[in-house]
Write a protein that binds this ligand. Structure first.
Ligand code: COA
Length: 569
């Protein structure tokens, strides 16, 4: 079928739906609702869709469209749930299960006939993690079911007047309800409030006399203090005492003052500057039983090492890259034959840290430093010849983050993951040795297409193209355990020793064909020219991206294949 997606942003779920429908053989086009009703109407006239689907829509569809066409809305709530803050309420009310419902657009919000509904378990994670994983899996299944039912033609969608549908309107969850009472709220309550607002809009609070939004929240088992006091920093996060314990908060966003440019999220310690408390490090190999936050961890099971990392938004600053490289070097000193890289769930990596770069006194210089730090890390993976390295992607990856994964010997991907193996939407040529890794796996032509079309690909398509070696069909919450099992199996595989022995020779052959240093310097020359050209699109695109404003400067990227012709958001 011809399907048109209408979305407020080409966000993770819209990308997932785009990729899955395309994989199912549909011709899919997309238009941003933020371009206005006329742009949406023009897209409908151009695409003549059989069906319109809105995977993520913050505004109403024009009435003429939903009257003349079947328009299906993806609502991140169970049957009968209505309102704009569904997932926030699911977390606030500790619902053990939630759901995604596909319903027909009509005048009243979320009130249309139900085409499909798929439940999911509400894991104890941040809202956007839940959205990108459990909710996206349910949404993809519900959309595919609704599309099949529409195609078959005989399905009668269920009206919400059906007595079995329990209609509940839930208002937007406001900051007054999110507010933390540090003197009274327990760690469990504080974590629930932080998770329900993570990553957006954050919880409005006051720290050291400054109004800030808190982003992210993790429990701390040992540090204690007077409720509300800041106790420590660690790897950029701050630890704050609750009424019965303490929590770690990785990022802060200053509240906007009238007249100032929109502030954006950054590592918490860098927002507090010299007022931040002292560093409270933990060992890379955390003793069993500790329940504290750290963004990089190493552990070992027999012959297999696991280097786990998880950075908010998948963004890797210079500091993240350098600490991860140090941890990687530590992992290489351990006697293992398999080394697995990647976090337990959600984003693997989205490349260099655009927010930290934007906040730097000299963003061009920081872009350069960050990219070189990222390249050093990727190079260390590429040059590892004494063990097999596996990149395990429990969640999405983009740009340099995909290339980090491709540096490994094997790439394992949770089904449902979306990859964006390109840089163009940020106005960049790209680095991280992509000119080596991408054609090596996918061939020159596919590499060219992926980087110029700059479209998301599903894990299944990435597997077909050779970017991914193994699809892991596990729910997000079970991915880490499944990777443990598969890694143990790999470490016992009969041919493993021979595969490792062959690595050095293969690297030497590739080096003789074209040295890695040559790839690096050629890529960096292109990136240097962009970073240090103040008129390069990258600077305006980055500024718009971190502040979440549509960018007026972005050019159409690849008109024939590009569904979206404006900002990358
Ligand atoms: N630097 C800083 N923050 C980043 C980031 C990066 N490289 N990549 C993602 N993020 C943040 C987003 O700002 C967003 O923050 P929020 O949760 O506060 O809204 C969060 O991570 C999730 O990203 P979002 O864009 O909402 O997710 P998505 O699934 O809709 O889109 C991407 C995913 C990767 C396509 C999109 O985030 C993107 O284009 N990122 C930039 C990739 C890039 O160009 N990297 C630099 C070159 S190596």
């Amino acid at each position: 079928m011809d399907i048109l997606l209408v979305a407020s942003a080409f966000n993770s779920l819209t990308q997932r739906v785009y990729a899955e429908l395309t994989d199912h053989g549909h011709r899919v086009d997309a238009v941003l609702a933020s371009h206005g009703p006329d742009a949406v109407r023009a897209a409908v006239t151009r695409a003549r869709p059989d069906l319109i689907i809105a995977p993520m829509l913050k505004t109403a569809l024009p009435e003429d469209l939903w009257r003349e066409h079947t328009c299906l809305i993806v609502h991140p709530g169970p049957e009968g749930d209505r309102g704009p803050s569904s997932l926030d309420w699911a977390i606030a009310e500790q619902a053990p299960h939630w759901g995604v419902t596909v319903l027909r657009a009509e005048a009243a919000m979320d009130a249309g006939d139900i085409w499909a509904s798929v439940p999911f378990r509400t894991e104890q994670v941040g809202k956007s993690d839940l959205y990108r994983n459990e909710a996206s899996d349910a949404a993809a299944a519900a959309v595919l079911l609704a599309v099949r039912r529409f195609e078959e033609g005989s399905f009668k969608p269920r009206p919400q007047s059906d007595p079995e549908v329990r209609v509940v309107w839930r208002d937007a969850l406001r900051q007054t309800r999110r507010r933390i009472d540090w003197a009274a709220d327990s760690t469990a309550t504080v974590l629930r409030k932080l998770r329900g607002a993570d990553s957006q809009p954050g919880v409005l609070d006051e720290i050291l006399g400054r109004e800030v939004f808190l982003h992210g929240g993790h429990p701390e088992d040992r540090l204690r203090g007077r409720p509300g006091d800041l106790l420590a920093t660690r790897a950029g996060a701050v630890c704050r005492a609750t009424s019965d314990g303490a929590v770690w908060i990785p990022e802060l966003r200053p509240r906007k003052n009238s007249g100032d440019p929109a502030p954006f999220k950054r590592p918490a310690a860098s927002v507090l500057g010299p007022d931040a408390p002292g560093e409270e490090p933990v060992p890379l190999e955390l003793p069993a039983g500790r329940r504290t936050w750290t963004d990089i961890r190493y552990r070992q099971h027999g012959d297999t090492g696991f280097l786990a990392f998880s950075f908010p938004g998948g963004a890797m600053s210079t500091d993240h890259c350098r600490r991860l490289l140090a941890a990687y070097r530590h992992a290489l000193t351990r006697p293992t034959s398999v080394l697995v890289l990647g976090g337990a769930r959600d984003f693997f990596s989205n490349g260099i840290h655009l927010n930290v770069i934007e906040a730097a006194p000299d963003p061009a210089a920081e872009s350069w430093t960050n990219l070189n730090a990222m390249n050093d890390l990727v190079e260390a993976v590429l040059r590892t010849t004494d063990r097999l390295v596996v990149a395990a992607l429990g969640g999405n990856a983009a740009a340099g983050g995909v290339m980090l994964a491709l540096a490994a010997d094997e790439v394992w991907c949770r089904t449902g993951t979306v990859l964006n193996p390109h840089y163009r939407r940020m106005g960049l040529y790209g680095s991280e040795y992509w000119t080596y890794s991408l054609p090596r796996r996918a061939g020159e032509r596919a590499a060219e297409r992926l980087t110029t079309e700059a479209l998301p690909v599903s894990a299944a398509t990435a597997h077909r193209l050779g970017l991914v070696d193994r699809l892991v069909p596990a729910p997000a919450a079970e991915f880490a355990a499944e990777v443990d099992r598969l890694a143990a199996e790999l470490s016992r595989a009969p041919g493993l020793g021979r595969r490792i022995e062959a690595k050095a020779a293969a690297r030497a052959r590739d080096e003789a064909a074209r040295p890695l240093a040559d790839h690096r310097s050629a890529e960096l020359a292109r990136m240097h020219a962009i970073f240090f050209d103040p008129r390069a699109d990258y600077h305006a695109l980055r500024s718009a991206f971190v502040r979440k404003v549509p960018s007026g400067t972005a050019r159409p990227l690849a008109p024939a294949a590009d569904p979206l012709t404006a900002s990358p958001r």
